[in-house]
Ligand binder design. Structure first.
Ligand code: SF4
Ligand code: SF4
Length: 102
């Protein structure tokens, strides 16, 4: 029978950033990353990325440092909850109100 290329016979879909709309517009808390606590930043090596894995909106990059697309981050706090080193803190959006106007 031989080996078949099953990829050609199946289809799948993957969700991506923005599939849920501009979720960042109703966020009440913003995730803020502290690179001094983040494992890939400290080791300058691709490692951990648990935040990337768990983010339901796929808005965290798998880069050094990880970046968060605030346009689509809904502020659920899962990344902060799952980060093993507590490198992500959820901060009240009101604290950024003035900053964002500039
Ligand atoms: S889970 Fe925490 S330590 Fe790991 S990559 Fe994300 S922010 Fe850095
Ligand atoms: S708070 Fe964290 S886990 Fe939730 S959507 Fe934003 S980046 Fe993703």
């Amino acid at each position: 029978m031989g080996t078949r290329n099953y990829r050609r016979k199946t289809s799948h879909s993957e969700h991506g950033a923005g599939d849920g709309g501009r979720t960042g517009s109703w966020r009440v808390e913003r995730p803020v990353l502290d690179p001094s606590l983040c494992i890939p930043c400290k080791r300058n090596k691709e490692a951990c990325f648990i935040c990337w894995l768990f983010c339901p909106d796929v808005v965290i990059s798998r880069t050094i440092p990880p970046t968060i697309n605030l346009e689509y981050c809904k502020g659920c706090g899962i990344c902060a909850e799952e980060c093993p080193t507590k490198a992500i803190t959820m901060v009240d959006e009101a604290k950024f109100a003035e900053e964002d106007k500039e």
